[in-house]
Design a protein around this ligand. Structure first.
Ligand code: PMP
Length: 284
């Protein structure tokens, strides 16, 4: 695989980042994941806007222009022959030389890394036909989940707990309400209304969430942005999650209780179809 490091395209075993990089020592960095379908980037502009917001919230200088980011994505997709898959992008505060809690001077050069992962048949994931099972766990992450930082240890722990309990993912709960999945936004559907938590510092502002809500409204579906409990989700007609890599993924069981019929519901199925179809048209 060819990867991108600070302006260079290199074989992955020759790519290097300093051990003093703040991303490595302090998780001082942000990332994005963009899906690729038929060699084109899905929701690219949205991911770029969020990347720049994450960088700005952390006072990390944005090292590249929009055109450079897109050109690098396209170059990696081409060099690696990616039809369906993803491009991972990470920007960290770079290598100040010494370890220190204080940020280094603003002219410290950020580290930019990008790589691809091939995922043939990404849009036809078999799991979308059966749906995911999830369990609830306490949300023990920090208080700025709207910034897409690389400090992913708690969501990794939650994912491992889900796997240990024989299910696909965990829904995190704070003050009795669902915040989000380990790497996705969470939704329920009740009496035709789609319910998902409102945007705040408590959740990541999903790019797929924004697109799906827009398509739902365009299709005259009702949308309510508010928090919900696990009990409410278990009594809903449907549940699902959204993310750049899972698109719209139905959720059919929560903490051992079937949601609705316990099979993939019509709203999640339709939103998945609309999202994939419309996003393909807008891909770059
Ligand atoms: N919430 C969390 C915690 C995530 O990690 C992700 C995926 N990065 C999402 C939501 C979904 O965001 P997006 O649709 O932009 O992939």
């Amino acid at each position: 695989r060819t990867v991108y490091v600070n302006g260079e395209y290199l074989p992955e075993d020759q790519a290097q980042v300093s051990i003093f990089d703040r991303g490595f020592l302090m998780a001082d960095g942000v990332y994005e994941v963009v899906s690729v379908l038929d060699g084109k980037m899905i929701d690219f502009d949205g991911h770029l806007v969020r990347l720049k917001r994450s960088l700005s919230e952390l006072s990390i200088t944005n090292p590249l222009s929009d055109e450079d980011y897109l050109a690098a994505h396209r170059e990696l997709v081409a060099r690696n022959g990616i039809g369906d898959g993803l491009v991972y992008l990470q920007v960290t505060r770079g290598n100040p030389g010494d370890r220190d809690f204080a940020y280094p001077p603003a002219d410290t050069v950020p580290t930019v890394v990008m790589f691809t992962q091939a995922k043939p048949g990404l849009a036809d994931a078999p799991a979308a036909r059966t749906g995911w099972k999830v369990v609830s766990v306490e949300d023990l992450r920090w208080g700025r989940r709207d910034i897409k930082t690389v400090q992913l240890l708690y969501p990794s722990m939650a994912k491992m707990e889900a796997k240990a309990r024989g299910v696909d993912d965990a829904w995190m709960v704070e003050d009795g309400k669902v915040t989000e999945g380990t790497s996705n936004n969470a939704y329920i559907v009740k009496d035709g209304t789609i319910v998902t938590r409102e945007l705040s510092h408590d959740i990541l502002h999903g790019i797929t969430r924004a697109a799906v809500l827009r398509f739902a409204q365009e299709a005259q579906m009702k949308v309510e942005e508010r928090a919900f409990t696990i009990a409410e989700a278990q009594e809903a007609d449907e549940a699902f999650v959204t993310s750049a890599s899972a698109f719209v993924m139905p959720v059919v069981e929560i903490d051992g209780a079937a949601v609705g019929s316990g099979t993939v519901g019509p709203v999640a199925k339709r939103l998945r179809e609309i999202y994939i179809e419309e996003s393909r048209k807008l891909a770059v």
